[in-house]
Design a protein around this ligand. Structure first.
Ligand code: FNR
Length: 344
């Protein structure tokens, strides 16, 4: 498996420039995008020595689903831009790696078709202005076997991207853009509901009977409010630096969200996680698992389902290697003591 940078470079060669820019880019000055990776690197590790690490176990469980590693596939839009097999390849690669797919509301293949290729999967929900359209998407996902819903809470409007000013929807044929959104009347992505609130968590729970995780939480007060409305999990995320630029890095937001959740629900995190060391850092700050966004798109673009599987397997092996070097044979051995106190 190629190191992450080489994989991205290879994907970049294969993709049209506009598609690469859409995947890689962030909003505004891309300051949050840059800080996501930098913030993980700022956390220094305190490895233990002379522990028997001849066998290291990365397996875990999340809301009843066993996972080979604490690594999930983040929801990202329009996989047909990366590969002709689109989300079907992503679903297969994810299943083969023993991971879990979070399928985007903006997938470029029909929910039911993706589900038939997938192992365990959750459905990511954007609340649209037309609440009926949202409800019908949720019903379809529930019927197709989604085990949970992920309400993306940080997108009342779509962030303005610096690199591709235009609308990435222009790159897609209608049948891919609207694979699950037949109800949208035009090609614009601007049909998000800006009036989405915490009450939508209750509504999604009642409509589906599924656990609802909230993605995009960066503050303790919001975390508490989500729990008050019955959230089954929280995902600390700034949308990979694609929404409010200047928002803090997820590694910096994670501790307060973990503290506010008081161990009542699992807290996950995404944004700039690129190595097994980053996975350890996230777990040491109290996350139960991480999600990968762009690396999955680079794997998909370079080698379809095989590429997705290899990215996930690489991160699992790298996590195992990092655990061994840190003197921690099990994931449950990772705690806050793994991190050095922050330098002023
Ligand atoms: C995203 N993300 C995203 N999130 C979401 O909830 N629904 C979506 O449809 C999308 N679409 C999307 C497209 C692209 C091209 C990117 C890069 C990201 C955000 C995604 O789920 C995740 O939060 C970040 O990608 C995580 O950061 P990294 O791993 O990409 O740094």
């Amino acid at each position: 498996m190629l190191p992450y940078d080489a994989l991205e470079a290879l994907a970049r060669e294969r993709l049209p420039q506009a598609v690469y820019d859409y995947f890689a880019g962030g909003s505004g000055e891309e300051s949050t995008l840059a800080d996501n990776s930098a913030a993980w690197a700022r956390l220094r590790l305190r490895p233990r020595v002379l522990r028997d690490v001849s066998s290291v176990d990365t397996s875990t469980e999340l809301l009843g689903t066993p996972l080979r590693a604490p690594v999930l596939v983040a929801p990202t839009a329009f996989h047909s831009l990366a590969h002709p097999e689109a989300e079907l390849a992503t679903a297969r690669g994810t299943r083969e790696a023993g991971s879990l797919l979070v399928l985007s509301s903006r997938a470029s293949r029909r929910i039911e078709t993706v589900a038939s290729h997938a192992g365990p999967w959750w459905f990511q929900v954007y609340v649209f202005r037309d609440r009926g359209l949202t409800r019908s998407l949720v019903q379809r996902a529930t019927a197709a076997g989604a085990r949970a819903l992920v309400l993306t809470a940080d997108t009342p409007y779509v962030g303005r991207k610096r690199r591709n000013r235009g609308d990435c929807s222009l790159l897609l044929p209608d049948e891919d853009l609207l694979a699950n959104l037949e109800g949208l009347t035009h090609r614009s992505l601007a049909e998000q509901a800006p009036d989405v609130t915490f009450a939508d968590i209750d509504r999604l729970r009642q409509d589906s009977g599924l656990p609802v995780l909230v993605k995009g939480v960066l503050r303790a007060d919001d975390a508490r409010e989500c729990l008050h409305h019955g959230a089954a999990g929280l995902i600390v995320s700034n949308h990979g630096g694609r929404q409010l630029d200047g928002a803090l890095a997820t590694a910096d937001a994670l501790p307060e969200v973990v503290e506010a959740s008081e161990g009542r629900v699992p807290v996950l995190v995404d944004g700039g996680v690129r190595s097994g060391r980053d996975v350890l850092r996230a777990l040491a700050l109290g996350a139960r698992a991480v999600l990968l966004g762009r690396p999955i798109l680079w794997g998909l673009a370079t080698d379809g389902a095989d590429g997705v599987r290899q990215v996930l397997n690489f991160l699992r092996e790298d996590t195992s290697h990092a655990l061994a070097l840190a003197g921690l044979p099990r994931l449950s051995d990772v705690g806050p003591d793994l991190l050095a106190p922050r330098r002023p």
